[in-house]
Design a protein around this ligand. Structure first.
Ligand code: SAM
Length: 371
């Protein structure tokens, strides 16, 4: 298992990576006009949404190049209301790693001087408009050739209260699942959910067993044993599009990072637990149906290369932040590549990987590249 941390602008960093070399991309880019990561060249501080969309399309075009043809992109984005206030509530807040060298030197301070006033941004909409930025980004990427496979609502049960009385309090963000092609790797079994007991029967007269294409296999106990090894939740239901996951804040980073569980779901569905071919990168597939009446084991290769002894799949986060994607990739025995413009965050990523690696006594290598 290998973790590569690239300190670079997203496009520069991506240009270092070969074509079609990563299996899935899990990322949360800077949201528009929300946070200042305290470094020149950062994304998210464009003066108009259109400029932001243009840069996002450009970055994700490069992501598409490095993603395998059967790969997926999981993209988390938050929204923003337009405002007419030149300063005040809604100002962009400085986000910087706590204890970073720059903060200690005092060159960045969390006070008014570090806040970018709203007058810096041109909203081009009457005030108080929900700008639908996640949808605009998704459509821009769709127009650039990505296939939108799902819009997931990340419901935050512990969302910050809002002092609003003329609209409902917002407690969600979006995660879009994109693919490059209509057929792609997706391990539905790895992310199955517990049955809630009130699931809706699908035109089968209310008999859940006969609705299930695998019910015949499950009825046979010898198959049951073999298959149960490859099923996370043999009787679970397909992952739903609303994910209730509490936000997690880290002691060492100012901004709310990806919750571990959010990254984990994307990584589990987007890459093979059993790894990939060391020659062509094709992922091993979970066997979910009996073939020819017997099942030898729970995984099969998806290529015909000789000497296919699987190696860990690779997950990319081109906006690495505090390194959640690398850390959960490590936890799940996947390799990872992170790109991050701010060197202080690279330090954070390295520390996080090292600390957790020691705790797990796992074996992984960490390589830091400065572009
Ligand atoms: C929303 S945060 C990512 C948080 C991350 N998912 C985590 O769990 O910690 C976005 C990150 O993108 C980085 N960033 C901003 N502009 C960038 C650019 N042009 N190239 C690479 N990284 C950039 C910021 O420094 C910030 O760390």
């Amino acid at each position: 298992m290998k973790h590569i941390l690239i300190n670079a602008d997203v496009i520069e960093g991506l240009r270092k990576l070969p074509d079609k070399s990563v299996h899935t991309v899990v990322t949360s880019p800077p949201y528009w006009a929300l946070r200042d990561y305290g470094i020149d060249g950062q994304l998210g501080l464009e003066s108009t949404v259109d400029e932001y969309l243009r840069k996002m399309v450009e970055a994700f075009r490069e992501v598409k190049r490095v993603l395998r043809d059967d790969g997926t992109l999981w993209l988390n984005l938050g929204d923003k209301y337009s405002t007419s206030n030149p300063v005040g509530r809604g100002d962009t807040e400085l986000m910087y790693p706590k204890n970073s060298a720059r903060l200690r030197r005092g060159s960045f301070r969390r006070d008014k001087e570090d806040v970018i006033p709203n007058r810096f941004f041109r909203y081009d909409l009457p005030e108080k408009n929900l700008m639908l930025i996640p949808a605009r980004v998704a459509i821009a990427l769709q127009n650039d050739g990505w296939i939108i496979r799902s819009e997931i609502i990340w419901h935050k049960p512990n969302a910050m209260p809002e002092s609003v009385t003329d609209r409902p309090t917002k407690v969600h963000e979006q995660v879009f699942l994109f693919s490059k092609n209509p057929r792609y790797f997706y391990d539905a079994e790895a992310v199955k959910q517990e049955q809630t007991g009130n699931s809706h029967p699908r035109g089968n007269g209310g008999n859940p067993k006969s609705a299930d294409p695998k019910s015949k296999i499950r009825a046979n106990s010898s198959f049951q044993d073999a298959l149960s090894k490859s099923f996370k939740l043999p009787n679970g239901r397909n992952l739903r599009t609303v994910w209730t996951i509490a936000t997690q804040s880290r002691a060492d980073a100012h901004f709310a990072t990806f919750p571990d569980e959010l990254a984990r779901r994307c990584i589990l569905a987007g890459t093979s637990e059993n790894g990939c071919c060391p020659h062509c990168g094709a992922q091993w597939e979970r066997i979910v149906q009996a073939e020819g009446g017997t099942i030898g084991h729970g995984w099969k290769p998806s290529c015909s290369c000789e000497g296919n002894i699987p190696i860990p799949c690779t997950v990319l986060d081109p906006f690495g932040g505090s390194g959640t994607v690398a850390d959960i990739s490590r936890e799940q025995n996947r390799s990872s590549i992170l790109i991050e413009i701010n060197p202080d965050y690279i330090d954070l990523q390295k520390q996080r990987l090292r600390i957790n690696e020691q705790l797990d006594t796992g074996i992984c290598s960490i390589e830091v590249i400065k572009v």
